[in-house]
Design a protein around this ligand. Structure first.
Ligand code: 5RP
Length: 227
């Protein structure tokens, strides 16, 4: 029986096989994206010339450690290809939920700046309809209690994410995360708009219309959704 980590590695390696010399990449966050970074480092060591904008401080640190050159938006406002994981994938629309690792804001900025967003998942991430788990919503730390109350009033059933020491979780941008469970999601775009309308919300973990292709590893094979 092949384990989940091995499946993630397969998806990650298949994604990195699509990277071409000279590309400026978006480097995702999370365990699958990190496996992709390891696979990329092998190709860089073999002579591939690429650089990548990291979506988290953790990814930046790992890239440095592995010898993958970093880039930033000061030099590149358009990226060629972002490679990132996801928490949930809706297979027809390629709508995603991201951010359970806490990096959703930077991940969305990088995905939106990329010509193509290549998502890497194992089959456990595929859902019939988004919302199997909570939607991470990044909120400004200032006045978070008031934002939280507005999310509650809007029926989003937020739960403030906490770090292991019990303090509110802090994102790389210095914000907090409210994990929201609004019930069955019939219209993800409308829900996204409702969440964004709440003052104090910075960004949502609903990634709609951003994924170009999703590489899915199952015990049987590695396939993809999208073009
Ligand atoms: C981090 C993310 C990750 O991509 C997502 O949580 C998937 O992580 P993993 O590959 O570890 O399952 O959105 O903010």
């Amino acid at each position: 029986m092949i384990g989940q980590d091995a499946l993630k590695r397969r998806a990650a390696e298949a994604a990195v096989a699509e990277v071409e010399d000279g590309m400026v990449l978006g480097l995702g966050s999370g365990s699958t994206a990190e496996l992709a970074l390891h696979a990329l480092a092998v190709r860089v060591a073999a002579g591939l010339r690429v650089s990548g904008v990291p979506t988290s401080a953790r990814t930046a640190g790992l890239a440095r450690q592995l010898g993958v050159p970093l880039a930033d938006f000061a030099a590149h406002t358009r990226l060629d290809l972002a490679i990132d994981g996801a928490d949930e994938v809706e297979p027809v629309s390629l709508a995603l939920i991201k951010g359970r690792g806490g990096a959703l804001l930077r991940e969305k900025i990088v995905a939106a700046a990329s010509r193509r967003m290549l998502v890497v998942v194992d089959e456990s991430k595929l859902v019939h309809r988004l919302g199997r788990g909570a939607i991470p919503v990044e909120i400004v730390a200032f006045g978070w209690q008031a934002t939280f109350a507005r999310l509650e009033a809007a029926g989003m059933h937020p739960v403030l994410r906490r770090a292991t020491d019990g303090a509110p979780f802090l994102t790389d941008g210095g914000n907090h995360i409210a994990d929201c469970s609004p019930g069955q999601i019939d219209d993800a775009a409308a829900l996204d708009r409702r969440l964004r309308d709440v003052i104090g919300v910075v960004e949502t973990g609903l990634f709609l219309g951003l994924a170009w292709r999703v590489i899915v590893a199952s015990a049987k094979d590695v396939g993809w959704l999208g073009p």
